[in-house]
Every structure is written in C-alpha cells, then in structure tokens.
Design a protein around this ligand. Structure first.
Ligand code: FMN
Length: 208
C-alpha cells in the first residue's frame, strides 16, 4: 500500500456540464488506492445520468467505474455522503482529508465557495479546505462568463484554491471524449499532488 492511500480525498460533483470529468477523476483516484469522500449535489446527480446514462446513477457508480475504467478502481473506496449531512466527517477540519476537488463546479457552487456560505456539504467541505490551508481544486464550467463569475473565481484563487477550468488542451491530439477527460483528470491529480500518466508529458513537439 502506498503512502498516498493513507489519505482520503474529498470529491464534490455539482450540476455543471462535464460529468465525464468527474467519473474519470474518481476512477483515477480510486485506482491509486485513495479513499474518496464523495458528495454529489442534486443537479450533480442529474448531470451524471443525463450525460453518461442511467448506468452512471449514484447507486451504481462503482460498477459503472469498474466497467468503464477497469477493475483497478476497486483498489480504492468510495464513502458517499449526503449533501445535506453537515455532520459528515469532511464538514470538520479535524478530519484528515488530504484535499478536495469540485468537478465539475457549477457557477452557483463557485459563488457559494467564494463567499463562504457553507449551505451544504460540498460548500462546507470546500470552506474547511480553505480555512485549513489544504488543497482545494475547483473545476468551473461555464461559457461565456459574467463579471460576477469571473470575480468569484478570483476570490477563490485569492483564498488559496486552485482554479482549474474545464479547458482540455488539443495539442495531445485527442481522439475521443475520454482523451479529453483524461487530460482534465490528469491536471486535477497533479494539482492534488498525485503522480499520474493520464496524458503524456509535453516533449516540445506535437506527437501525431
Ligand atoms: C443539463 C444542465 C446543464 C447545466 N450546465 C451547467 C453548467 O455547465 N454550468 C453551470 O454553472 N450550471 C449549469 N447548470 C445549472 C446548474 O445545474 C444549476 O445552477 C444548479 O442549481 C447548480 O446547483 P449545484 O451547484 O448545487 O449542483 C446546468 C443545468 C442543467 C439541468
């Protein structure tokens, strides 16, 4: 068992487009033996089903991940929390969570984190990460963006969050949607301090 597996990582999934980024990130964390503290908002649950099909419904998430990304995901565990449970472990700074990613992050949740509202568990766990000075990675998705949305990103960055917009690159010559999701998940894992091989390192020229 690696040292990484002794830590847990919180994953918040909210109702922005890009559920595939969430499942790829979950699978990559799990394959590293991570204990994932998972919280999914109501609209996050809807987007999982809308964009990935009924098989990706929360109740069937682990089998979905194993089928799509391989049995290696079973090296890790998912601890699913209700977004209404403000008494969950990750609502407290005393819980030793290594960091958190909100992927994808809606503009609503972004605004709430920017202003420290803590109205639900995704928002509270993010607030805990900021106050404890632990890594918080926010993956916003919206376009175009209003001035308030841009300012909310600045507020989060000023508070210490890593703003990691859902902006996959194309110099890796992606062939599939999964290639795009691999790139984003790799960026997220790197921001959380994990090594990964989800995309090849840039070699100075495009590899065709
Ligand atoms: C199909 C669909 C796609 C959506 N896509 C986005 C999006 O890309 N970005 C965003 O900020 N909100 C998006 N929304 C709106 C959010 O889901 C909505 O603001 C919701 O209240 C967010 O709540 P949550 O942050 O608690 O998940 C979408 C909603 C639906 C139904």
């Amino acid at each position: 068992m690696s040292a990484e597996s002794t830590f847990s990582v919180a994953v918040g999934v909210t109702g922005a487009s890009g559920a595939l980024y969430a499942t790829r990130t979950l699978a990559a964390l799990l394959a590293r033996g991570t204990r994932v503290e998972l919280v999914i908002s109501d609209y996050g649950r809807r987007l999982l089903r809308d964009e990935l099909g009924e098989g990706a419904a929360v109740e069937r998430l682990m089998p979905f991940l194993a089928e799509k990304y391989g049995a290696g995901v079973e090296a890790g565990t998912i601890n699913l929390h209700s977004n209404r449970d403000m008494g969950a472990t990750i609502a407290s700074g005393s819980h030793g969570c290594r960091g958190m990613v909100i992927v994808p992050c809606s503009m609503k949740t972004l605004a709430a984190v920017a202003h420290g509202l803590s109205r639900n568990l995704v928002e509270r766990a993010a607030d805990v990460m900021l106050k404890e000075r632990r890594p918080l990675v926010i993956v916003p998705r919206e376009t175009p963006m209003s001035l308030m949305q841009l300012r909310n990103m600045v507020l989060c960055a000023e508070a210490g969050a890593v703003m990691l917009p859902a902006m996959p690159a194309f110099y890796q010559m992606p062939q599939t949607l999964d290639d795009l999701a691999d790139f984003m998940a790799g960026k997220i894992l790197a921001a959380l301090g994990f090594e990964h091989n989800l995309y090849p390192p840039w070699t100075g020229r495009v590899q065709r």
